[in-house]
Design a protein around this ligand. Structure first.
Ligand code: FAD
Length: 299
C-alpha cells in the first residue's frame, strides 16, 4: 500500500452504517440528512440501534420502517433482550417482518442500571444466543451479532467470550460486528483467535470515528474498549476547535481502515452517530464513490 491513503484501490470495499433513533424533530432531520447523504455510497445495509432498556422501541421501529419504505437501502433493526418477555420481543420482530425488514442485529443489551449484573426478564430471552435462536424460529431473518476484540466485560476470559460468539453464530447468525477498537493488531489477533475457535463467519470491524475523546472514554469504560493514551495527546488543545477535531477523526479512522484493508478486511461497519460528512469523507478516502440507482441508470 504505497499509494497515498486509498487512492487507486480496487472497488472491492463494502460498508454499512449504523444510526441511532432521533429524539427530537431537529435530530430527525439530521438523521434523515445522514441517510440521504450516505445512501448513494451503496451500503450493504444500514442499521438503527435500540435504546438501553428498550427505551426506543417505537422510535427504532419508526426509523427502520421509514428507511425500508422510503429508500432502496436494506434496513437492519437492532433488538435487545432487556426488560421484555419473549412474547413482547417476538411481537416486535413480527412487526419488522410485516414492514419488510429482513435483517436484525440481535443483542442481549446492557442492564438498565449501569454497573449492575445483567438479569434476564423472567419470561425473556436469557442472552443474545437465545434471542438468535428465537428469531430463527419466527422467520428466516438475516441476523448479525456483536463481537468484542477486547473481550466483553462480563466474560471471564477470551475463550469464554469466543465460545459465546460461536454459540450466537451456531444458533443462526450470519455475521459478527465488532465493538469499536483503535488498534488494528487487536482486531487481527481477535480474528485469528476466532478462526482458531472454529468461527468461520464474517467478522466485520465496527469503526468509530472519534472527534471527542472524553465522550468516547465514558462509553468505552462500559463496553471494555481501550482508548490509547496517544489519542488524548492528539486531541490536546482542540476543545474549542470542532472542525479540526472532525478532520483528525476522519484521518484516524481512514488510517485504521487502511491498515485493516491491508490485513484483508473488505467490509467496514461505521458508527456514524448520525453525522453524515464524517462517514462520507472516510468512505471517500476508502475509494467509495456514489453509485447510480436503478432509476438513475434507466433515466
Ligand atoms: P451476549 O452475547 O449475550 O453476551 C454478553 C456477555 O455475557 C458475554 O461476555 C458472554 O460471554 C456472557 N454470557 C452470555 N451468555 C452467557 C451464559 N449463558 N453464561 C455465561 N456468560 C454468558 N446495546 C443496546 O442496548 N442497543 C443496541 O442497539 C446495541 N447495539 C450494539 C451493536 C454492536 C455492533 C455492538 C458490538 C454492541 C451493541 N450494543 C447495543 C451493546 C450490547 O448490548 C452490550 O455490549 C451487551 O452488554 C452485550 O450484548 P451481547 O449481545 O454481546 O450479549
Amino acid at each position: 500500500l504505497d499509494t497515498p491513503l486509498f487512492a487507486g484501490l480496487p472497488g472491492d470495499i463494502g460498508v454499512s452504517f449504523e444510526f441511532f433513533p432521533p429524539k427530537t424533530e431537529k435530530m430527525e432531520a439530521q438523521l434523515w440528512d445522514a441517510v440521504q447523504t450516505l445512501a448513494p455510497l451503496g451500503p450493504r445495509f444500514v442499521s438503527v440501534t435500540y435504546g438501553a432498556g428498550g427505551s426506543t422501541r417505537e422510535r427504532t421501529h419508526a426509523t427502520v420502517a421509514r428507511i425500508q419504505r422510503e429508500t432502496s437501502l436494506a434496513a437492519a433493526a437492532h433488538l435487545t433482550c432487556v426488560e421484555a418477555s419473549r412474547a413482547e420481543i417476538d411481537a416486535v420482530a413480527e412487526e419488522y417482518w410485516a414492514a419488510g425488514v429482513r435483517h436484525i442485529v440481535a443483542l442481549r443489551g446492557d442492564p438498565p442500571v449501569a454497573g449492575e449484573p445483567f438479569r434476564a426478564h423472567p419470561e425473556g430471552y436469557a442472552n443474545a444466543a437465545d434471542l438468535v435462536a428465537g428469531l430463527r424460529k419466527l422467520h428466516p431473518f438475516e441476523i448479525s451479532v456483536a463481537a468484542y476484540p477486547e473481550c466483553h466485560p462480563d466474560s471471564g476470559t477470551q475463550v469464554a467470550d469466543l465460545d459465546n460468539l460461536k454459540r450466537k453464530l451456531d444458533a443462526g447468525a450470519t455475521r459478527a460486528i465488532t465493538q469499536f477498537f483503535f488498534s488494528p493488531d487487536c482486531f487481527f489477533r481477535f480474528r485469528d483467535a476466532a478462526a482458531a475457535a472454529g468461527i468461520e463467519s464474517e467478522i466485520v470491524p465496527g469503526i468509530l470515528p472519534v472527534s471527542n475523546v472524553a465522550q468516547t472514554r465514558k462509553f468505552a469504560g462500559l463496553c471494555g474498549a481501550e482508548i490509547p493514551g496517544w489519542m488524548d495527546r492528539l486531541f490536546e488543545g482542540l476543545d474549542d476547535r470542532p472542525a479540526a477535531r472532525q478532520l483528525i477523526a476522519a484521518t484516524l479512522a481512514a488510517e485504521l481502515c487502511r491498515k485493516l484493508y491491508a490485513g484483508g478486511v473488505r467490509h467496514f461497519h461505521f458508527y456514524t452517530l448520525n453525522r453524515a460528512e464524517l462517514a462520507y469523507a472516510i468512505c471517500h478516502l476508502l475509494g467509495l464513490r456514489p453509485v447510480a440507482t436503478a432509476q438513475e441508470k434507466a433515466a
